[in-house]
Ligand binder design. Sequence first.
Ligand code: PYC
Length: 311
Amino acid sequence: MKKIPIIDSHTGGEPTRVVLGGFPDLPHSTLAEKLAALREQHDQYRAAVCTEPRASEITVGALLLPPVKVGSVAAVIFFNNVGYLGMCGHGTIGVIATLRYLRRIQPGVHRLDTPVGTVACTLADDGMVTIENVPSYRHQQAVTVAVEGYGEVVGDVAWGGNWFFLVDANHLPFGRSDIPDLRNFARSIRDALGKQGITGQDGAAIDHIELFGTPSSANFDSRNFVLCPGGDYDRSPCGTGTSAKVACLADDAKLLEGQRWRQESIVGSCFEASYRRAANGIVPIISGRAYVCGEGSLLLDADDPFKFGIQ
Ligand code: PYC
């Protein structure tokens, strides 16, 4: 029986499963090499953690590793039921909450290495976490895509640590009961982007679709629905998605440096965002709170035909 010790948390409703051990050794020096080895040689461990019967489409896994950069507290590789994520905002907040729960960190500033860069995270006394994300930017503005069953849809392509297609969908209802319709719409957009060759920089696939609707109250600036690569939606306002949004707002001069943006998720949770300018775009600053909600071990029984998940 193989054991994989884990801690579960959720950030605004979106789960993060931190893996503390039990994965094969990744004795490479860079995080990119470790990620490549995990993907190419040990991908079944990702599936064991993030697919059914132990998890679902919405689970984000976070493999906790020793830091690769001087001054960092840890390194992390994020993954889900279909593959790997460059960065993950809600997941980073979950990792910091987990390190706090394990008493490995105290309130203060902690640096976390991710495959797309090092992220500074500030843990406050009350458990709030503020992350300074990787530099984010709008790649293309007002791109038109023909979406089967919906007609022409216009959106922006932006990077916030993952690639996003951002669509103003204020004309659509944004209640909980509208989620199936929003999901179908977002999935159709993603299919159309792939078929029509609309990509991020250097041909990168756009694997997150972000729709914006009217917020539930004047406490928020906007409400979003974010389709994740696995096919389900982010219960949180999506840290990298909020970063992509802030990059577009900054480009349009609709949000000034240091000004606050309150992004509501489709389930009513909130991330507070702002940005500072940097040489290569803007640095989004995202605050949220995660709660540890489970602790234990996954067991991989050698006799279990689904020990590495249903794939
Ligand atoms: O919070 O950045 C995020 C995220 C990406 C996918 C799910 N959550």
